[in-house]
Design a protein around this ligand. Structure first.
Ligand SMILES: NC(=O)c1ccc[n+]([C@@H]2O[C@H](COP(=O)([O-])OP(=O)(O)OC[C@H]3O[C@@H](n4cnc5c(N)ncnc54)[C@H](OP(=O)(O)O)[C@@H]3O)[C@@H](O)[C@H]2O)c1
Length: 254
């Protein structure tokens, strides 16, 4: 029997790395996409029983998603699982974080995810595949001091929920994973390690397992952790201005 193939963006670190391990343990062949080629080759070398394709790509560059799709097609491969995980955040007031960096964030978190989903949809429909989009609990309310990041994740959640409904009956499932603060490299990249929001974090391995299991069950949305779940419910019930105030309290640098 031919093995199924999963494409994972941001496979080199954190949640994406843990998802990669889980997929390999469950017998998937892999297509890894990220910028750190050395790390991807290391993952490949550690999985001699799997076919692993490595695509070194900066997904914040325009047309990166198309390049990835063309590389997969040229290799004669077709995917059964698409994991749109790569993403980053930046902390700071809207006017102090350079707009070029905010635009890169939108390009990666929003556009690359949308484009990869579109390019691979015909393959996923043919293979009755699964999509896992990594959003965040940031998707549930506005996020002062991480305004663009929170907005990108609101987009990911809205798009993914809409596609989950639209694709019912097609054989393709779309799952959105909404992690809360998780121990990965995210805090370092965002310059956010010292803020209140990151005082308590979940294990990336636990978060990845929750996402993987939800994807396999074809669930539409999954929030990792009871506390994060409670926060998401509160965000739904309370005025959005209260949500913004609560985020301000945990994201403001002292
Ligand atoms: N950690 C948290 O607290 C948290 C909470 C909620 C949601 N999330 C979401 O979880 C996802 C994974 O993040 P993480 O926490 O695991 O962070 P991480 O440890 O920093 O991992 C991010 C991954 O994305 C890849 N990546 C970053 N920029 C890229 C680019 N321009 N092109 C291609 N790949 C790129 C990185 O690989 P390279 O550096 O090799 O390119 C890395 O593999 C993100 O979407 C993030 O928004 C994280």
């Amino acid at each position: 029997m031919t093995k199924k193939t999963a494409l994972i963006t941001g496979a080199t670190s954190g949640i994406g790395y843990q998802l990669t391990e889980l997929l390999a343990a469950n017998g998937y062949d892999l297509i890894l996409v990220a910028r750190n080629e050395e790390k991807m080759l290391e993952i490949k070398a550690a999985l001699p029983d799997h076919s692993v394709m490595v695509i070194k790509k900066d997904l914040s560059e325009q047309s990166a998603a198309k390049d990835v799709f063309q590389s997969v097609e040229s290799a004669g491969l077709s995917i059964d699982v698409l994991i749109n995980n790569a993403g980053f955040g930046l902390i700071g007031t809207f006017d102090t974080v350079p707009i070029e960096q905010q635009t890169q964030m939108i390009q990666l978190n929003v556009l690359a995810l949308t484009e990869l989903t579109a390019y691979f949809m015909p393959q996923l429909k043919r293979n009755k595949g699964r999509i896992l989009n990594v959003a965040s609990t940031a998707a549930f309310q506005p996020g002062p001091f991480m305004a663009v990041y929170f907005a990108t994740k609101a987009f990911v959640l809205s798009l993914s929920e809409a596609l989950a409904e639209e694709l019912k009956g097609s054989g393709v499932t779309v799952t959105t994973l909404c992690p809360g603060p998780t121990s990965t490299n995210f805090g370092v990249v965002a310059h956010a390690e010292d803020i209140k929001m990151f005082s308590k974090t979940m294990d990336a391995n636990r978060v990845a397992k929750i996402g993987y299991q939800a994807m396999m069950k074809g669930k539409s949305v999954v929030i990792s952790g009871a506390l994060n779940h409670a926060g998401a419910i509160a965000a739904k019930l309370l005025p959005r201005s209260w949500g913004a105030k609560a985020v301000r309290f945990v994201t403001k640098k002292s």
